[in-house]
Design a protein around this ligand. Structure first.
Ligand SMILES: C[S@@+](CC[C@H](N)C(=O)[O-])C[C@H]1O[C@@H](n2cnc3c(N)ncnc32)[C@H](O)[C@@H]1O
Length: 316
């Protein structure tokens, strides 16, 4: 039976074009519905593809999407922080191309029972891996201190009405704990003054984004992904990362620049004495964004930023 998985891969042509011409071994760190992986295997039909996703439903959908490549795919349910164990299970492969298309799939957003969206009523959950993650968004909202909630909404949501929203959460949860996405979305909609609400932009967007990032520890996960992947590239191998959030894009940009130029010498020194060697080259000086045609066909692609790093020829 064909599995339904609602997701259109963003920047798909660009992702395939950035793969090295002689790609033989691929790692997809965010399989989702398997869309990017399938495109890559169509271009490199002899390649071995290794892939992970922390969401069991995504993993099943990807396995189904890639069923014609059974002999050459190795898929595991895992988060970025579990990559070292995956590498060990797979026999420590090195990759020509590593891809991460981070964030949520449209499928995760569209399912009310996953609790990611203010568009549908469902349990306030937001866990990408509900079988192995304990902390739900409801638990965060109902049990975190005022300080913790403020930090989440300000740092991860860049929500200017964080204080108002948090004050209201503290009052409301005393009367009745938050259980559903609608309860939270309605409360945020009532708290943000009408004149600051933008047409076509749900007032709860930033609150939901912040909670989702916190529940899934997404910034730490990205930090681990960056730490674990570079050393797994073959010489001249490439790491491509698509992010949808300015905090994540900034992390990727800074890490790529640091790998390219790790020198820590004072800028007024005429030559380098720190001995830090470049680990490769940033291929995309600016992030690659979706074309007007793609954003018209898939509005979700509007905020996608793709950055690519190439490891040096003599990478160990
Ligand atoms: C945007 S979707 C990927 C879509 C996929 N590229 C495609 O073409 O179908 C992102 C996927 O990454 C997964 N994901 C997000 N953070 C993750 C993490 N830290 N570890 C593993 N998977 C993660 C999500 O569960 C989701 O399925």
């Amino acid at each position: 039976m064909k599995m339904q998985f609602e997701h259109i891969s963003v920047l798909a042509a660009e992702v395939v074009d950035f793969a090295p011409q002689t790609t033989q071994t691929i790692l997809d760190c965010t399989l989702g519905g398997g869309g990017h992986s399938k495109r890559l295997l169509e271009k490199f039909p002899e390649a071995n593809l290794y892939g992970i996703d922390r969401d069991a439903k995504a993993l099943n959908a990807a396995a189904d999407c890639l069923k014609n490549y059974k002999e050459q795919i190795h898929l595991e349910q895992a988060s970025f922080s579990e990559l070292p164990e995956c590498f060990e299970n797979w026999g420590e492969p090195r990759f020509d191309y590593i891809l991460a298309d981070i964030g949520l799939s449209s499928e995760q957003l569209a399912r009310p029972e996953r609790g990611f969206s203010f568009m549908h009523d469902g349990p306030l959950d937001m866990r990408m891996d509900p079988d192995r993650q304990n902390l739900t968004a409801a638990a965060l909202v109902n049990n975190s201190s005022e300080h913790e909630l403020l930090k989440i909404l300000r740092d991860l949501g860049e929500e200017r009405f964080a204080r108002k929203i948090v004050s209201s959460i503290l009052i409301e949860r005393e009367k009745k704990p938050f259980e559903t996405t609608k309860e939270l979305a309605d409360m945020v909609g009532n708290v943000i003054p009408r004149r600051f609400q933008k047409p076509g932009f749900n007032p709860a967007t930033l609150t939901f984004q912040a909670l989702r990032i916190a529940v899934n520890d997404e910034l730490n996960e990205l930090g681990i992904l960056l730490k674990e992947t570079l050393s797994r590239l073959k010489p001249d191998g490439r790491l491509a990362i698509i992010s949808f959030h300015s905090l994540e894009d900034r992390m990727v940009k800074h890490q790529f620049r640091k790998w390219e130029n790790p020198c820590v010498c004072p800028t007024d020194l005429p030559y380098c004495i720190c001995g830090e060697k470049s680990l490769g080259k940033v291929i995309t000086r600016r992030p690659v964004n979706a074309t007007a045609q793609e954003t018209a066909e898939n509005p979700r692609s509007r905020s996608a930023h793709l950055r690519v790093f190439s490891s040096s020829k003599n990478a160990a």
